[in-house]
Design a protein around this ligand. Sequence first.
Ligand code: 3PG
Ligand code: MG
Length: 404
Amino acid sequence: MSIRTLQSLGDLTGKTVLVRLDLNVPLKDGAITDDGRVRAALPTLNAVLNAGAKVVAFSHLGRPDGAPDAKYSLAPVAQRLSELLGKPVVFAADTIGQGAQEAVTSLQDGGIALLENLRFNPGETSKDAGERTAFAEKLAAFGDVFVSDGFGVVHRKQASVYELAGLVPSAAGLLIEQELSVLDRLTTSPEKPYAVVLGGSKVSDKLAVIDALLPKVDTLLVGGGMLFTFLFAQGYKVGASLLEEDQVDTVKGYLAKAAELGVEIVLPTDIVVASKFGADAEVAITAADAIEETPFGASGLGLDIGPETAAKFAEVIAASNTVFWNGPMGVFELAPFAAGTKAVAGALTKVRGLGVVGGGDSAAAVRALGFTDDQFGHISTGGGASLEFLEGKKLPGLEVLGWA
Ligand code: 3PG
Ligand code: MG
């Protein structure tokens, strides 16, 4: 498998290089709570800047509605980027308007500008290819060549990801190259035993990846909100826990298919049940088939896997040579429901072979729980993108860079 890389763009000295990043970081009250994606952008930016080029960088942040919206401004990201690069970042107050034009014109060789949020412009995410192309042409006019390095967004057919790459010489950046080298190992030659740990709230978000992975893995561990649909499919009562009743038959199908393929689906045997959703809830640990038998009865809310389950998951992870994990095991943002996610993360740091944390949210979770990037084999910056890659889908942002 290969893709066009930076070398294919030739000597960049004196050139203006457009760089698409995924700087979609979590923000709270205007402050960045996890700068992992900004740090992940540095190798490519430094490589291009050190080559004596000018960099015009851009990204989306959140999902604004095609118009400026102050709460989605990249201004705090520009500041963080400047701190991490150790040089000024000229921040443009718009994406393709006068502010952007002035920022680009002001650049010296080795200088960098960051444009305002791409998604403040309807052309970026338009369903109409012509509208996307018209927007991409405006971006293309700012530079000579294009480096695509926003791995988290390569599954989106959007102007700055897809159309732009066809308008000027284009190549993948170092982050995309690194992500692909790891994810490709997961799909083409995973060392066995191979375990996949899936969490997150909705099973409906994970159907395609379960379909694609069942024939490839030895063990599938299920946690997070989605586990309750699995328990329900087994005939258990789940109280007021998250349940997607319309997915129960699908889940039953997975359980049957797994049995047929000899794949073990490991479901939780105990659950942390809360009296309500909140850090100050009353909490009870109960068997997975007795969720409604706590003092909270049918109003009990399962918010994390229990300690017995966490230990079992850790044991399976430790016995595997390849592990891919996507999605928290519980509501890790609230301390009483963080233990399951913490146990899985801890086990993943000790995995013998390749342990991969998939996704922006899962990556932010492990860092929020006190782990560091170097403890894991690989932390993917793309959640949806890494899942779709593992599903075997063709990703527009990779196809257009010659990925084959
Ligand atoms: C992400 O956070 O998953 C990526 O930045 C992509 O964002 P999107 O799902 O809004 O396209
Ligand atoms: Mg996302």
